[in-house]
Design a protein around this ligand. Structure first.
Ligand SMILES: [Zn+2]
Length: 504
C-alpha cells in the first residue's frame, strides 16, 4: 500500500489598482490608519450603488490571457451571502456560475537539471472583492476586537487550480511560477507580507492498496496561507495527519463533510475550523446593482497587445537562441523583467549569451547582493558592461582584465558617492581605465614593432651581448617591452624581438 498526495490550490491575488473594485476609495495598504479608506459603498450602507472599476477588469483579463484561459465574452456578478464582522454588506460580490475565464494552465519546472516540466491545469479565474480585516487582541489582557475596513472592496483575482499538484515542493514551485508571471505582466506586487497573495490549499490522499484499488480520502481545505514556507509546511503536516487519520478511521471521500482547517505557524500545525459551507449555503444570486460585463473584440485585442513575453517563453528562448543551460535561464528569468532586460541588452551588445549569463549570474548578482541593490540601481549600465564584454569576445582584453575594469568602475562610483558627487560610469571611462592600466591586448604588430625598436635603441649593451651569442640577454629586453605593452602575447613579442635582432 502506498499514498499519493493530491493538492489543488486557490490563490487570491490583490490587483494593482489605485482604487477599490466598486468604489473610488484608495486600495493602498494602510494598516496604521484603520477605516479611513471607506465610503458608503464599501461600508455597505443602504442606498449606495457599486460601479465596476474598469482597470480591475482589464488587469484580470490580462492575467487570464497570460494563463492561457478561455475568456467569456459575457460575465456577471453574484452575491455570496454570509455574515462576518469584516463584511458589513452581509454578502461578498463575486462570480459564481459565469466566471470571466476558465481553463488555462501554469507550466512548472519539476527537474531543472534534466529540463523536465509539468503543466498544472487551471479550473477558472474569477474576480471578486476582498473583505475587511478583524483584529483580535492577542495580548491576553484585554478582550477587544477591532474591525478595519480599509481592505474591504479591494479587487481580488481568485485563481483555482485542478488537483494536479503531487507534493508540497510542487505546490511551492507552482506558487513561485505564478507569482513570477503576475509580476512580469505587472498586475500585482504579490507582496505576501501585505497579503497581496494568499492561498488556500485543498489536500487529500489517494490510497493505493495492495490489491490495486485507488481510494480517495476526504478533502481538507487549509485556509489563508500567506507565505510559501507556510504552504509547504501546512501541506506536509496535513499529509502526515491524514495518513494517520486514514489508518485509524478508513474514512473515504464523501463519508464526512469537507473540513476547513487553519494554519498555526508558531505551532507548525493545522487546526480544525468551522465545517465548510456548501455552495448552496451561500445562496448565490446575480447582483441586481451591477450590469453584466461584455468584452468587445476591441477591448480583448487591446489587452492582448499589452502582454509582454512570459517567463516560460523567455526561458525557452534563452536556451534555444542563446545556448543557456536550463539552470542559467531559470536563474536569470527568476530575477524579474528588469533583470532580463538588462541581461538581453548585455548579451546583444557583446554577442555572447553564455558570457553575458556568466557575468550576470555571478559578478553582477554578487555585487547586487552585497550592496542590497536592485538591477535598476546598479551603477554600471548594460551598455557599458555589454561594451566591456564585447572587448573580451573580440580578444581586445582578457576576462581577468575585464574583471579589473568592472571592479575599478564600481570603486569610482563608490568614491564619488562618498564625496557626494555623481560620476557617470561611461564607456569612455572604461576605455580610460583600460588605457591607463595598459590592459589592452596589443595585436597591432606595427605598435609592437615600434616599441621593440625603441627598447633596442635605448639598450645598446644587451643588444651587443645578444649579437655576440649571449641568448640570455634577450630576457631583460622582453621585460622592458612587455612593461610597455602589457596586454600582448609574450611568445609573439619574443619571436618578433629575435627576428629584429637577427637582422644583419
Ligand atoms: Zn469605498
Amino acid at each position: 500500500m502506498h499514498y499519493e498526495t493530491i493538492i489543488g490550490l486557490e490563490v487570491h491575488v490583490q490587483l494593482q489598482t489605485k482604487t477599490k473594485i466598486f468604489c473610488g476609495c484608495s486600495s493602498a495598504f494602510n494598516p496604521d490608519n484603520p477605516n479611513v479608506q471607506t465610503c458608503p459603498v464599501c461600508l455597505g450602507l443602504p442606498g449606495s450603488l457599486p460601479v465596476m472599476n474598469r482597470t480591475a477588469f482589464r488587469l484580470s483579463l490580462k492575467t487570464a490571457l497570460a494563463l492561457g484561459c478561455d475568456i467569456a465574452r459575457f460575465t456577471k456578478w453574484d452575491r455570496k451571502q454570509y455574515y462576518y464582522p469584516d463584511l458589513p454588506k452581509g454578502y461578498q460580490i463575486s462570480q459564481y456560475d459565469l466566471p470571466f475565464s476558465s481553463n488555462g494552465f501554469v507550466e512548472i519546472d519539476t527537474d531543472l537539471e534534466r529540463g523536465e516540466t509539468k503543466k498544472i491545469r487551471l479550473i477558472r479565474a474569477h474576480l471578486e472583492e476582498d473583505a475587511g480585516k478583524n483584529l483580535h487582541d492577542e495580548s491576553g489582557r484585554g478582550h477587544d476586537s477591532h474591525v478595519d475596513l480599509n481592505r474591504a472592496g479591494t479587487p481580488l483575482l481568485e485563481i483555482v487550480s485542478q488537483p494536479d499538484l503531487r507534493s508540497a515542493a510542487e505546490a511551492k514551485t507552482y506558487l513561485e511560477e505564478l507569482k513570477l508571471l503576475l509580476t512580469y505582466i505587472g498586475v500585482s506586487d504579490c507582496n505576501m507580507q501585505e497579503g497581496s497573495l494568499r492561498c488556500d490549499a485543498n489536500v487529500n490522499l489517494w490510497v493505493h492498496t495492495d490489491d490495486g484499488q485507488k481510494i480517495a480520502t476526504p478533502i481538507v481545505e487549509v485556509k489563508n496561507l500567506n507565505s510559501f514556507r507556510g504552504v509547504e509546511q501546512a501541506i506536509d503536516f496535513e499529509v502526515a495527519r491524514q495518513i494517520e487519520d486514514w489508518e485509524r478511521t478508513h474514512a473515504k471521500l464523501g463519508d464526512v463533510a469537507k473540513q476547513t482547517r487553519g494554519w498555526d505557524a508558531n505551532r507548525g500545525a493545522t487546526f480544525a475550523q468551522r465545517g465548510k459551507e456548501e455552495a448552496s449555503d451561500y445562496r448565490y444570486f446575480p447582483d441586481p446593482d451591477l450590469t453584466p460585463v461584455t468584452v468587445s473584440d476591441e477591448f480583448f485585442a487591446e489587452v492582448k497587445s499589452e502582454l509582454c513575453e512570459l517567463p516560460a517563453s523567455r526561458r525557452r528562448r534563452y536556451r534555444a537562441d542563446l545556448g543557456l543551460s536550463h539552470y542559467d535561464a531559470d536563474v536569470i528569468v527568476s530575477q524579474g523583467d528588469h533583470f532580463t532586460a538588462y541581461f538581453e541588452q548585455v548579451a546583444k551588445l557583446c554577442g555572447d549569451g553564455k558570457q553575458a549569463a556568466n557575468w550576470l549570474t555571478q559578478d553582477v548578482q554578487r555585487e547586487l547582493n552585497s550592496r542590497s541593490l536592485s538591477i535598476d540601481a546598479f551603477p554600471i549600465s548594460p551598455a557599458v558592461l555589454g561594451d566591456l564584454l564585447k572587448r573580451v569576445t573580440a580578444s581586445q582584453i582578457t576576462v581577468k582584465s575585464a574583471r579589473e575594469v568592472f571592479d575599478a568602475l564600481l570603486a569610482e562610483h563608490e568614491a564619488a558617492t562618498e564625496r557626494h558627487e555623481v560620476v557617470e560610469l561611461s564607456t569612455a571611462l572604461a576605455e580610460k581605465i583600460i588605457a591607463d592600466r595598459g590592459l589592452a591586448i596589443v595585436s597591432d604588430t606595427g605598435a609592437i614593432t615600434a616599441i621593440i625598436a625603441g627598447v633596442i635603441a635605448r639598450n645598446p649593451k644587451p643588444v651587443a651581448d645578444f649579437k655576440s651569442g649571449k641568448q640570455a640577454a634577450v630576457g631583460s629586453l622582453i621585460g622592458q617591452i612587455m612593461k610597455e605593452l602589457k596586454g600582448a602575447d609574450a611568445k609573439v613579442v619574443r619571436q618578433m624581438l629575435i627576428d629584429e635582432l637577427s637582422k644583419p
